[in-house]
Write a new protein. Structure first.
Length: 707
């Protein structure tokens, strides 16, 4: 089926004229055969797709999407017919011109453009709020009616938030001039950010009258697409120029960042920022400077407001934008024309706009007869440094020409206005590390010189870094008793057992670490007990120190000396062949244990089903109720008591002494015990029971360990 002609019929509709053509069909303005005043835009499925069930399904899905929408800025579907010779969608006919045609008539002022932008943002916010993403926002898909209402049309490649899409699996469509730089990576692209970026490009083009990213005629279509996407990936945010309000310029820039994570998050933010624009916010000094044509350049989108000469011929192959509707660079060889006068300010001003325009024309005439415009080399350049080789959370600081980046987006660092010429590039890797000056000993450093060559597009530099390599650390602990085996933990990790000669720690990352060393018969509750300032003394037979271990960056092994007092020998009973059982566990001892076993704090233990609602009543995490440190710990589950005593010989056996006792604040009425490893309790009068649920707790039950 070719293009239908006026008078051809589509079911009950008679073709008046063609309105456009897409990837799956064509759209026609039609009138009803029986009532000529009833008009419709009829989208016909191309004959090549009629026999494809998947294509027909996508066609119907477009109708379903549009039929579900009810917004003044979105075209409305009235009907769909798939049982006729030419399947079609019947849509409301929008009598107007698309914004591509309007932009060819010249740039819009901010006052003209912002009301249109508000409508576009409102329509996108409505779509996104209902889980629909358009994915083909461009001037030709925005139609403005005589009453000023803008309609968004053509949902042929729309997608839903759950991933359902009208396009086939594996396909990526969209008008290449308006898709975002990440478009070539289907796994990375976010359809919401796609719409935001496309709308930003549309805003820029309407404000400037120039196409931001034109396709060229050189090479195959694939080569053209790859080349254009490369330009976009390295392009700074679009800036419509200083003749527009500052907040409007900032909005367009924030919508057209090359990195999606740097863009505005959603269309609702776009709408709010449009509402806050002050049309009087125009930098007239910058406007005048932008009209100085003494060094004419190509049209430029650089964020620093590069100067441009309207209508200048373009050198074939140049990447800069050209006026909307202008012929391609390959066939354009007209002589340059004088620059226009500066736009009229939107507030009273005495800015010498006429004089500036005259000087610009005189400069062009004095330069002689030009076949092409000259390219000026700016004294500064934007530089983007892309860091590789480090984990995403690895701390790193970078300076270029002695200054930190103006913007950090993940591992992409943006340096604005870097002077051209050789510039020092410095990096420091590690916590609290900065390039140069007095950096901590554990920092890794990188130094190089980057040659910043003058150009308008950003300079992209890949910086490969590596963290300082791990080191073997030898810990020397003077005064260790003969035969004693010190135990060390770095940052609470696995225990490393040494000898009386010291400890050997393998592969410790340079940096600041928390180190704990224990000697003798120490429990988890004893860790750090011999450190200065610790109020609770060590259990007899144990000594433990906790403090900071600094491992500097460097080559080879690192040696550190740790002073740990010798353990105090535990008293023994003459003739006894076994140690006595431990005493009742106190609140302060259990609190120390909890600080290294957070899985047994109240919320964590209850979440794991190891404790009931009464467990550790009055505690806040590992923090005990005030003033009860010396009391027996109660409100305890048998499971928690068993975990505490795991390194202390286990819970005391149900038939082990003491068999009776006197109830007091430090000796509760009941004690948790173990009966062949099973839960049990023993009461102060000697009665015992195994009817104990491991997760239940009680304010009358304490516990003691076997040692």
């Amino acid at each position: 089926m070719g293009v239908l002609q006026p008078g051809d019929e589509i079911d009950i509709w008679v073709v008046d004229r063609a309105l456009g053509q897409g990837g799956m069909g064509s759209v026609y303005r039609c009138h009803n055969r029986e009532a000529k005043r009833i008009l419709a835009a009829v989208k016909v499925l191309d004959a090549a797709f009629v026999r494809l069930p998947s294509a027909k399904a996508r066609f119907v899905r477009e109708a379903e999407i549009l039929f579900s929408l009810d917004h003044p800025g979105i075209v409305k579907v009235r009907n769909v017919r798939m049982d006729v010779a030419m399947p079609y969608l019947e849509m409301e006919f929008i009598d107007g011109v698309n914004l591509e045609t309007r932009a060819r008539e010249g740039a819009l002022s901010a006052a003209e453009a912002v009301p249109l932008f508000v409508q576009v943002a409102d329509a996108l916010a409505y779509l996104h709020g209902r889980g629909i993403r358009h994915r083909d926002v461009k001037p030709s898909n925005l139609v403005i009616q005589a009453n000023g209402v803008v309609k968004l049309v053509d949902f042929g490649i729309a997608t839903e938030a759950d991933g359902a899409t009208i396009t086939e699996r594996g396909q990526t469509f969209g008008s290449v001039s308006y898709v975002p730089p990440e478009w070539l990576d289907p796994e990375r692209i976010d359809p919401v950010q796609w719409d935001i970026y496309s709308a930003g490009v549309v805003f820029y083009e309407l404000l400037t009258g120039r196409q931001a990213f034109p396709m060229t005629a050189a090479g195959s279509v694939q080569q053209q697409v790859v080349r254009l996407m490369s330009v976009k990936q390295h392009h700074p945010p679009l800036d419509p120029g200083p003749q527009h309000p500052a907040r409007l310029r900032a909005l367009v820039r924030d919508m057209t960042h090359a990195f999606p994570e740097a863009r505005i998050a959603d269309a609702e933010q776009v709408r709010r920022r449009l509402a806050a624009i002050d049309f009087a916010e125009i930098d007239l000094t910058a406007v005048a400077a932008s009209m100085d044509a003494s060094a004419p350049t190509w049209f430029s989108d650089a964020a620093d407001g590069d100067r441009a000469v309207a209508g200048v011929t373009m050198v074939p192959g140049n990447d800069a934008p050209r006026p909307l509707g202008a012929p391609s660079p390959e066939v354009q060889r007209a002589a340059p024309v004088p620059p226009p006068a500066a736009p009229a300010p939107l507030r009273p001003s005495t800015a010498p706009r006429i004089a500036v325009a005259t000087l610009g024309l005189a400069a062009l005439v004095a330069a002689g007869s030009w076949a092409y415009a000259r390219v000026s080399v700016p004294p500064t350049r934007q530089v983007r440094v892309d860091i590789t080789g480090l984990a995403d959370d690895a701390p790193v600081a970078v300076t270029l020409a002695g200054f930190p980046p103006a913007e950090v987006i993940g591992r992409h660092l943006v340096f604005e206005a870097v002077p051209t010429g050789p510039q020092p590039l410095r990096a420091a890797i590690g916590e609290e590390c900065t390039p140069g000056g007095d950096a901590p000993a554990w920092c890794g450093h990188h130094a190089a010189t980057l040659d910043v060559v003058g150009a308008h597009e950003p300079l992209i530099h890949a910086l490969a870094l590596a963290p300082p390599p791990p080191r073997v650390v030898t810990l020397v602990v003077p005064g260790i008793p003969e035969g004693a085996a010190p135990v060390a933990r770095v940052d609470g990790g696995e225990a490393v057992v040494g000898t009386s000669a010291g400890l050997l720690l393998a592969a410790v990352t340079p940096g600041r670490h928390r180190l704990t060393v224990a000697i003798g018969s120490c429990t988890d509750a004893d860790l750090g007990c011999a450190t200065d300032g610790v109020a609770t003394p060590c259990t007899p037979g144990c000594s433990s120190w906790s403090g900071e271990l600094v491992v500097p960056a460097g080559e080879g092994d690192h040696r550190a000396e740790i002073a740990v007092p010798a353990p105090i020998e535990a008293p023994t009973t003459r003739g006894a062949s076994a140690r006595r059982s431990g005493g009742i566990v106190t609140v302060s001892a259990f609190a120390r244990w909890l600080s290294t076993h957070p899985e047994w704090t109240g919320d964590s233990a209850r979440a794991a089903g190891k404790a009931d609602a009464g467990y550790l009543s009055g505690w806040s995490g590992a923090e005990a109720p005030a003033g009860k440190g010396a009391r027996a710990v109660v409100d305890m589950s048998w499971a928690a008591a068993s975990a505490y005593c795991a390194g202390r010989g286990g819970l005391l056996a149900v038939d082990a002494p003491p068999l009776t006792w006197t109830d007091s604040a430090t000796q509760p009425w009941h004690e948790y015990r173990a009966s062949d490893g099973r839960p049990a309790w023993r009461r102060d009068d000697g009665a015992a029971s195994t009817a104990v649920e491991p997760h239940q707790s009680s304010g009358a039950i304490g516990f003691r360990c076997a040692r």
